[in-house]
Design a protein. Structure first.
Length: 202
């Protein structure tokens, strides 16, 4: 079995999971409700306080879908209980962020401010003028909106001007290279070379 897919997904207190036809899974919790249609090839069933995912055969595609399906359900459970957040840093002289209602305004050295509106289910919170926290219950939507904000001015690799993901040191790997990860609750994410160079240089 898939090393990820074989693990059951625990259902914490205060969370309900409903499985409908065509593998439409609804997860309700303290922070909200998520609905997702999952691959119909997988068998998803609820046993007590756990969700079990099984696959029909050992074909390569089925193995991939097995782990993916289990991970998506687990992400939904984490989202409605803890939520997800991603932190961005705005670096540069005169670069800053401000918020009015659900409108995020970025001053990034252009001739005009960049305005962005928070998508449904996503909230941006400012910590000062140079730190943006993207929050939500959907891991995909949080990551997507954070990437869209960062794309407005990606960090350049020399002085670090621009918007970068906040990284934190986690460990030193076997080669002696420092490892850094994005601050993303619920799991570590990848990062670009520019982000890593800026942290390593600092």
């Amino acid at each position: 079995m898939s090393r990820i897919g074989r693990h059951p997904v625990a259902i914490p207190a205060g969370v309900t999971v409903e499985i409908a036809e065509k593998n439409v899974v609804t997860v309700k919790g303290p922070k909200g409700t998520l609905v997702r249609e999952l691959p119909v090839e997988m068998e998803i069933k609820k046993e007590g306080e756990e969700v079990i995912v099984t696959r029909p055969n050992d074909l390569k595609k089925m193995k991939s879908l097995h782990g993916l399906t289990r991970t998506l359900i687990n992400n939904m459970v984490i989202g409605v209980t803890e939520g997800y957040e991603k932190v961005l840093e705005v670096n540069g002289v005169g670069y800053r962020a401000s918020k009015s209602g659900n409108k995020l305004t970025l001053n990034l050295g252009y001739s005009h401010p960049v305005e962005m509106e928070d998508p449904e289910g996503i909230e941006t919170v400012l910590d000062g003028q140079n730190k943006i926290i993207v929050k939500g219950i959907s891991k995909e939507k949080v990551g997507q909106y954070a990437a869209e904000i960062r794309d407005k001015r990606r960090p350049e690799p020399y002085k670090g001007k621009g918007i970068k993901y906040q990284l934190f040191r986690t460990d030193v790997d076997a080669s002696g290279r420092l490892r850094y990860e994005q601050e993303f609750r619920g799991g570590a994410e990848g990062f670009c070379d520019a982000d890593l160079l800026l942290v390593a240089a600092g």
